[in-house]
Write a protein of this length. Structure first.
Length: 393
């Protein structure tokens, strides 16, 4: 047996409201029929009034069936059509009161469909379009009732029709929006839980498989020595990086929202030759800006590997002052000769200017090379980049 498709998030959130609204429609229809029985003797065209009540009952049944469904094709379009039709029927029945009674009656009494039954259109608009739609519908129906009864005088302020309809539209609209937000938060929590469970499963698989193999290669390569030692070193670096990446997965906040924690993006670049130090508390930052900072740090570390030699160590330090982020990338290699970066840029080699300085400048930060060596006789103090990125208020 084919299982029906699951309702969309918006439909799942508002389906209880739609069903409750149709129960209210039934109650108001019973009230309208009772009001018709009590008032029909005062009408000038009693037969037409019963025909109009019968049409109201038929429309109530059709609209209730259509609006209470939540697993039909193009559901929102269907509901929009029915709600618009609801307003047309309500307004038409309101003005039809003039066809079945004289001025003295309709000026001082309820219209033919009654104010209570007319509130169904307001409730449907509020559920479909929120508070704005509900209030707008309440004002429209109120204006139609006041116009049909010709109450454009001081008596309008003693009639509760407009305040009741507008309040209903506002209250139901707020309830519908609250239901949608709650449903969205629930679905996000379900997705995060499923993602966390999948990460844990993958972490177990990686730990039992890849990490064990890397650890074995590192150990055996070190024991064998010779050319195999380099292979052991690379395997050790990847083992450390993979362990850091797995341990940080639980703290990552890039599953949703405008900000991410910058720390995991930097600690994921740690290796036996790269030491990364970050604050103990999360460092939330804009998603795009955080990735640009991480890419700039990665480019600086790549330069260390390429130019500082295989034995060089690198140190990455993240500081959060509250007003700005300060990221330092330092190595203990031979350093960068004075003027070398300007010379490389003049030769058309844009690696540093684009990958490092350009990325930081794109997020309104600054990148400075704090010291350069003046000549070959100076000590190997290494090079240090300092990135300063202001926080946006």
């Amino acid at each position: 047996m084919t299982r029906p498709a699951e309702p969309a998030s918006d439909d799942a959130a508002t389906s209880p409201l739609w069903r409750a609204a149709q129960a209210f429609r039934l109650v108001t229809l019973i009230y309208a029929v009772g009001q018709q029985a009590a008032s029909v003797s005062y009408y000038t065209n009693q037969r037409l009034s019963w025909v109009l009540i019968a049409l109201m009952a038929v429309w109530s049944g059709v609209s209730a069936v259509m609006l209470s469904q939540w697993r039909i094709h193009n559901l929102r379009r269907v509901r929009t059509t029915v709600v618009i039709g609801d307003h047309v029927v309500v307004v038409a029945l309101i003005f039809a009161t003039r066809l079945v009674s004289d001025f003295d009656w309709y000026h001082g009494h309820q219209t033919l469909p009654t104010t209570l039954w007319a509130a169904n259109a307001v409730m449907s608009s509020a559920i479909l379009w929120g508070p704005f739609g509900g209030v707008t519908s309440g004002l429209l129906i109120s204006a139609a009732i006041i116009t049909a009864r010709e109450q454009w005088e001081l008596d309008i302020w003693r009639d509760a029709t407009a305040p009741v309809l507008v309040s209903v539209g506002l209250a139901i609209g707020l309830a519908a929006n609250t239901a949608r937000r709650a449903q969205a938060q629930l679905q996000r929590a379900v997705r995060l839980t499923a993602a966390a469970q999948e990460r844990e499963r993958l972490a177990r698989e990686v730990h039992d498989g890849v990490l064990q193999v890397l650890s074995y290669i590192k150990r055996r390569g070190t024991e064998i020595g010779g050319p195999t030692a380099e292979l052991a070193q690379r395997a050790g670096e990847q083992e450390v990086a993979l362990r850091v990446l797995i341990s940080e997965q639980g703290e990552r906040s890039d599953a949703g929202g405008p900000e991410v924690d910058l720390r995991p993006l930097l600690t994921a670049q740690a290796t036996p030759s790269v030491l990364v130090s970050t604050p103990g508390e999360p460092v939330p930052f804009g998603r795009w800006e955080a990735r640009e900072i991480s890419a700039a740090v990665a480019a600086a570390l790549a330069n260390v590997v390429q130019h500082a030699g295989p034995g060089a160590k690198a140190y990455v330090l993240l500081e959060d002052t509250g007003e700005e982020l300060i990221i330092s990338v330092r190595d203990d290699g031979p350093g960068i000769p004075s003027g070398r970066l300007a010379e490389a840029e003049g030769q058309g080699r844009m690696g540093v200017s684009r990958s490092i300085v350009g990325r930081i400048a794109a997020i309104e930060g600054t990148a400075h090379l704090l010291f350069e060596v003046a000549g070959p006789d100076e000590a190997d103090d290494g090079a240090e980049w300092e990135f300063r990125v202001p926080r946006r208020r």
